[in-house]
Design a protein around this ligand. Sequence first.
Ligand SMILES: Cc1ncc(COP(=O)(O)O)c(C=O)c1O
Length: 562
Amino acid sequence: MKKRILGQEKSQLVADWHALERVFIRPENEATRVTLVKYMEQILFGLHEFLNKNVGITEEISLKELAKHFTDTRIGKDPEKKLKDVITDIIKEIAPHAVNVASPYFVGHMTSAIPFFMVHLKTIVSALNQNVVKLETSKVVSVIEKQVIAKIHRLIYNMGEEFYQAHVQNTTTSLGCFTEGGTAANLTALWVARNAAFPPKQGFRGIEAEGIAQAFKAYDVDRAVVLVSIRAHYSLKKSGGILGIGNQNVIAVDVDERNKINIDLLRQEIDRIETSGRTRIIAIVGIAGSTETGSVDPLEEISAICRKKKIHFHVDAAWGGPTLMSEKYKHLLKGIELADSVTIDGHKQFYMPMSCGMLYFQDPSIMDLMAYHASYIIRPGSVDLGIKTFSGSREANSLILDSALKIMGTRGYALLIEHGIDVAAEFASEIEKRENFELVTRPELNILTYRVFPKSLKEAYEAGTDEIKKAVNERLNEINRIVQQAQRESGNSFVSRTAFKMKGFPEEQVVVLRSVIMNPMTTIAILKAILDEQEKIYLDWESGKLKNKGRFRIADEMEKKG
Ligand SMILES: Cc1ncc(COP(=O)(O)O)c(C=O)c1O
């Protein structure tokens, strides 16, 4: 029986089969067409206006207050709203309470402004609605995906024209895959590495088929581990849980004073593992742009260890990967080309909309270790990209990246990357000049950490005993928590907060402010204003005036200063 959906009868909205046909098939006449185009205009420019108008991060309303408006858990039987009204509601009621990640004052996370054309490209992907799990629902888009994968593979590995001609459209080999994000890419890399570490042999069909217990029995071990630095993203630990080796077996090695994995400690850890025996090292991970500090591990040195020991070398370049497009800074990732696998996020420094991750492999056959087939799709011998991916159905994100690369060129992306790195360096110098701040981690790429460290406490700290130092640090942790929270809540700007152990504080967490410079509109003048605001919040708090925090408007202060 036909249902009535989304129609309007008299002044009431009711389900209506005729309306459903209009929604699903096409606009029925010129007037409807014009209306639909108007909606698109509303989305593009209504939202854009919001982003331009609201310099602040978010309106001053608490999450608790907001949540009170979202407690109705029933689905209405009859339609409640027309598309036009839904769009207007989102633009007028929802967007102002969302986070304006596009603001140049939003410098706290790896999510930022995206080029305007990304919205068009995302719309095309939705309109085409291709499913790249299989050729039968994507055709040319699967072929484009293979091509763009080869382009990024070439950026990392630069294997030469002959190699790429042999593999770019090869239906049996794979140079990589698209994933939901960096987490899924890291998981997939370790999944392949795990399977490579416990391959099939006489009497054993491989770990993928028989599982961990049988694999350990077949290879006469009790444990499988992954080695990372303490600065590694938590997705690697999570992968240890998912892959059944146990997240405690994703072993975190300490870092040196520049937040890079300490190679001597890494060697010692490997020696310890080998001496105690009965443990297989599945992979060693190098980070190319750590989440908290942006530091890059010594990739060449890790690679040399991995090659000698025949261990899978994975590089998590979810953040830093696109630095390869900058002639000026690509040397910072030296050694990435030696990795067995590399994670890069599209939704980070390729400035793509959420969400897009990618994973690349040096060996075009290694992904066979995670191949799956089904009789209705992803059949053996087919080109279906879903044969070798963690995901099933998947949107054609590759189309967005392919188009963006054409629009921007590597030079366009390099300008963005170089801006971030250069401005972060300038920001670090500015922090060092200010007597009430301390630069905690110097930026290598475009991420840095620092903290409010009042001059008066610096003197006490420097002259103090270990006990005094500890007490000062606790006080600083409190100050920085308060400053970050008050700044976030006042909604003018946003810097994130993290905590880690630092040299000199081996037992304690040090609370730091974390700044990620990726928005091309973020200038040093804006960053100076953010520091001014933080200093003002601290001074107000110290003198008991913090309740006035909302009155301090960064834009007013900048205006005053001309
Ligand atoms: C270095 C690194 N790896 C992996 C990830 C996880 O990426 P995603 O959030 O896209 O899953 C992140 C996210 O910030 C990251 O910084």
